[in-house]
Write a protein that binds this ligand. Structure first.
Ligand code: NAD
Length: 244
């Protein structure tokens, strides 16, 4: 018996990186997984690929509704899709700020809003939001990103308190620097990708970046019945970065 046998899971940002690793792990553990992404072509075999824009209410609502209609339930929602932003408060444009918040914060709100009625009716459900260490501390040149992930951490706590005792739990996982295509793109955009990678690794107490599977493992734990007494918290998975 696997932890997610018979469970329906919807993962956003499932076409790449951390969301793809979550999708694989949930499939391995018996779940029916709706792999939602702007571009779900990377979703793994066995998952149900769904094109979703998490910033668009109709698009996100349709995906949640499809999962519930086809399987009769929605047990786990992983709000994982995210957008990068690498500017300081002065150079960040209003458009960049709005886009970052639309994906990182509004997307989490919308998924939660549409999943909750089903989860409350079932008297069971788990929401796992992918925040970031950037939501807990200030990072240089991450103005909109830090603020939007801080909003995810705060909203996670609010949802947890609002629905504690209903059978619905809500937590966030806060990755440090993870070796996903996201970080690959940031490095490629730098003047000297090799040097930039070495700098990222050098600030890691463990001397390496995290892997998408390590973040997925934390999310699956929070989504599992083993974490039944855990709600409204952040699980930091950063190789000791914040502790240092
Ligand atoms: P990634 O770029 O590999 O994957 C992100 C996925 O989100 C992509 O498949 C993309 O198509 C999808 N996406 C983007 N906008 C979307 C939208 N509007 N609707 C639906 N899907 C959309 O990145 P990743 O590293 O796997 O990041 C996943 C999450 O982890 C993000 O929320 C990110 O902020 C967070 N995170 C990543 C790191 C890291 O170092 N990689 C660290 C902390 C937090």
């Amino acid at each position: 018996m696997s932890r997610f046998d018979g469970r329906t899971v919807l993962v956003t940002g499932a076409g790449s990186g951390i969301g793809l690793a979550m999708t694989r792990r949930f499939l391995d553990e018996g779940a029916t997984v709706y792999a939602a992404d702007l571009d779900p072509s990377g979703a793994p075999d066995g998952s149900i690929a769904v094109t979703v824009d998490v910033t668009a209410p109709d698009s996100f609502a349709a995906a949640v509704s499809r999962a519930v209609t086809e399987t009769g339930a929605l047990h786990v929602l992983c709000n994982n899709a995210g957008a990068s932003s690498t500017t300081d408060p002065v150079s960040c444009t209003v458009e960049e700020w709005e886009h970052t918040f639309a994906v990182n914060s509004r997307g989490v709100f919308l998924g939660t809003k549409f999943a909750l009625p089903h989860m409350l009716a079932q008297r069971h459900g788990v929401i796992v939001n992918t925040a970031s260490v950037a939501g807990l501390v200030g990072l240089k040149d991450r103005a909109a990103y830090c603020a939007s992930k801080g909003a995810v951490v705060a909203f996670t706590r609010q949802v947890a308190v609002q629905y504690a005792g209903t059978g619905v739990r809500c937590n966030s996982v806060c990755p440090g620097t993870v070796d996903s295509p996201w970080v690959g793109r940031l490095l490629d955009a730098s003047d000297d990708p090799e040097r930039s990678r070495a700098q990222l690794v050098a600030r890691q107490p463990m001397g390496r970046l995290g892997t998408p599977l390590e973040i997925a493992a934390a999310a699956l734990y929070l989504a599992s019945d083993e974490a039944e007494f855990i709600t409204g918290t952040e699980l930091v998975v950063d190789g000791g970065l914040l502790a240092a």
